[in-house]
Design a protein around this ligand. Structure first.
Ligand SMILES: [Zn+2]
Length: 295
């Protein structure tokens, strides 16, 4: 879904609408929305603002406050039948998100789509080199689903079905796109090897949760990523050949374990699709299900 570029488009101030979103008393997030092309009606604009507000809130509930205090979002209205046909992160001094919106009748049509959570999740990691795109897309694919579970958009059953179906698609795609994962990642667009790249990457994070638990770590991947935003995200090198290596090494030091780097070394050269069992999926439900209200 995401094509990571390295340019940054400044936003025409004339058409900017700013929305200050208060998430907690201790911080705030500024979303700067720029409508490109055909302008939505005032009613549609109100729904779109509410949706973007909700999306930031949902993702920050799972992954903690984003490192960048402002998130520019460019919105284009299209004639697509689906509510959110496309999204993209544009990397730059400040990372920006481009979203295309199609037909929608209510905010539920927008909040039930995964694209916005996927793109916001990308803001939690630096730009990686092409051979590590599996890690970037895996992180966003994994967390779009976790965010939707944790915020009650997906039921536990729906979450499980989505993860199982995705892993199955990844497995099937590995048969048609054979070879080392890093090499397939470099050629992902030419080969159209999206399912293998995205879902092997998602499996990496499923496996990391299991290994963290086995190692007696106090934190989930989401909690470690939240800590990473505070200490390290804004100072990381973007797009360098070692960006992903440094990223996973940092997650290890934050978690007090040696889980991420050995797993990264194993995955990046892997030719097959990893085996994820039901016990591992049950662990995800256990750690990320929304808490039942206390009676
Ligand atoms: Zn993506």
């Amino acid at each position: 879904m995401t094509k990571q570029g390295v340019t940054y488009c400044s936003i025409a101030k004339l058409f900017c609408l700013c929305l200050l979103i208060s998430h907690q008393a201790t911080f705030s997030r500024e979303i700067v929305v720029d409508f490109k092309g055909k302008s939505p009606s005032p009613q549609q604009q109100a729904v779109i603002f509410e949706w973007l507000n909700y999306g930031v809130d949902a993702v920050e509930k799972t992954l903690g406050p984003m490192a960048q205090s402002t998130v520019p979002i460019s919105v284009s209205m299209t004639s697509a039948k689906e509510p959110v046909p496309w999204g993209q992160v544009v990397r730059g001094h400040i990372d920006e998100i481009n979203m295309r919106i199609g037909e929608f009748n209510s905010i539920d049509d927008l909040t039930s789509d995964w694209t916005l959570y996927h793109e916001f999740s990308h803001l939690y990691h630096p730009l990686f080199a092409y051979q590590d795109f599996w890690l970037a897309e895996g992180l966003a694919t994994y967390f779009q689903n976790v965010v939707m579970l944790q915020n009650g958009i997906y039921s536990k059953a729906e979450f499980l079905r989505r993860i199982q179906d995705g892993l199955e698609r990844g497995k099937v795609a590995t048969r048609s796109h054979m070879g080392q994962l890093d090499k397939v990642s470099v050629n992902m667009w030419r080969l159209r090897a999206y399912q293998r790249v995205y879902w092997t990457g998602a499996a990496f994070f499923v496996e990391a949760e299991t290994l963290l638990k086995k190692a007696g770590a106090k934190y989930t991947v989401a909690q470690i990523l939240a800590m990473y935003q505070v200490c390290c995200r804004s100072g990381e090198s973007e797009g360098a050949s070692k960006s992903a290596y440094k990223f996973v090494a940092r997650l290890d030091s934050l978690s007090g374990t040696k889980v991420f780097l050995p797993l990264y070394k194993r995955y990046r050269y892997a030719k097959g699709f990893p085996n994820i069992n039901n016990e591992q999926l049950a662990l995800l439900i256990k750690i990320y299900s929304p808490r039942e209200p206390e009676l």
